[in-house]
Design a protein around this ligand. Sequence first.
Ligand SMILES: CC/C=C\C/C=C\CC/C=C/C=C/C(=O)SCCNC(=O)CCNC(=O)[C@H](O)C(C)(C)COP(=O)(O)OP(=O)(O)OC[C@H]1O[C@@H](n2cnc3c(N)ncnc32)[C@H](O)[C@@H]1OP(=O)(O)O
Ligand SMILES: NC(=O)C1=CN([C@@H]2O[C@H](COP(=O)(O)OP(=O)(O)OC[C@H]3O[C@@H](n4cnc5c(N)ncnc54)[C@H](OP(=O)(O)O)[C@@H]3O)[C@@H](O)[C@H]2O)C=CC1
Length: 340
Amino acid sequence: VKIIIRIFDAESLSTSNALFTPCLLQLFGNGTAVLRKSDDDRAPQARFFPPLQEPMLLPGTFKNKVAFITGGGTGLGKGMTFTLSSLGAECVIASRNLDVLKATAEEISSQTGNKVHPVQCNVRDPDSVKATVDQMVNDVGLPDVVINNAAGNFISPSERLSANAWKAITDTVLNGTAYITLDIGKRLIAAQKGAAFLCITTIYADSGSGFVMPSASAKAGVEALCKSLVAEWGRYGLRFNIIQPGPIKTKGAFSRLDPTGKFEKLMIERIPVGRLGTVGEIANLAAYLCSDYASWVSGATIKIDGGEYSFMAGEFNSLSLVTKEQWDVMEAIIRQTKGS
Ligand SMILES: CC/C=C\C/C=C\CC/C=C/C=C/C(=O)SCCNC(=O)CCNC(=O)[C@H](O)C(C)(C)COP(=O)(O)OP(=O)(O)OC[C@H]1O[C@@H](n2cnc3c(N)ncnc32)[C@H](O)[C@@H]1OP(=O)(O)O
Ligand SMILES: NC(=O)C1=CN([C@@H]2O[C@H](COP(=O)(O)OP(=O)(O)OC[C@H]3O[C@@H](n4cnc5c(N)ncnc54)[C@H](OP(=O)(O)O)[C@@H]3O)[C@@H](O)[C@H]2O)C=CC1
């Protein structure tokens, strides 16, 4: 890309990479004002990839099943709860903010006709997790589906992080997943009951990522936890899968990862499908992986990111920004080259 910029000059190339510095300047040019009004600009090719959001599985797929979803009151957790509930599940949603959970439970059950139980839980605290699981067992029994979705995250240069900032994120994401999985897993094993576990991680669990170092570390740990238990607990009737979402515009994520709203356009430019993902798309994949249609799926890690990870990984992928005329020039130069 550097060579191309030198040949054609940065001005003539409308590339997100070439314009990254001015974008960053714009980002901080607004002082402390929080710009949350950016449009979900779609690239033209997005018209080929319409998001179908309604539940895709057969009605009744989760009839007589109990699903436990951490962070089920907001964002992706709320979407997954809605889809599972629409398909017949009795859902238990757990997080810290009981008012939010109650409102979500009411909203979803009034639409689906199936019960949604809100239970307060701080996944960072094993005693709170135990009390939550006790309540679930008492109210609806042990779950058939467990979704570890609760998370904490924010962008920050790592040199600005305190030990407590690291702890807040890793306690929520990695320890929280471990406390939930160990507590429910042990009870399922004792009761000889099978279940499908799902963990929501992120595309940068594989690569790591600057500016979200605690989240990247914790999500990688969650994946190792899942993959370890695929092998160890299959014999007890437990299976484990992982979804790695790319960017989905939830308030929880975008207010902490794109606080000014200025990164969204850059993100969309590097997503080959040309748009952000939607909550309903994640929910349908989650429902499939937790359903009996996926009984033979254990140990799967599925990226759902419109191709963003592949785009960012490929050395030469930014060349998609080169115009036909620019290719004519470059091809001529390359063809003139003889020998080494
Ligand atoms: C540019 C790209 C944009 C978008 C990309 C989109 C997609 C790509 C992939 C995305 C992956 C997304 C992953 C996610 O996990 S999104 C989920 C986000 N949702 C949440 O985080 C919800 C829950 N979060 C919270 O409750 C809080 O944000 C927090 C901070 C995690 C926990 O709150 P709590 O009240 O428990 O903790 P505090 O006491 O406030 O803070 C603890 C500790 O951290 C320090 N801290 C807090 N904020 C910051 C900050 N912004 N910068 C630096 N440090 C911070 C705080 O000061 C405390 O430390 P001490 O002062 O005690 O030392
Ligand atoms: N949106 C995106 O672009 C992406 C999201 N993800 C992942 O998707 C999942 C959902 O994120 P999203 O919906 O976007 O964001 P949200 O902020 O809406 O969801 C996070 C949820 O976690 C709950 N939570 C946080 N801390 C705790 C805690 N200590 N105990 C119990 N619950 C807690 C929150 O509820 P409460 O505050 O009530 O506790 C909230 O409901 C996360 O795992 C995230 O990492 C991954 C990639 C991309």
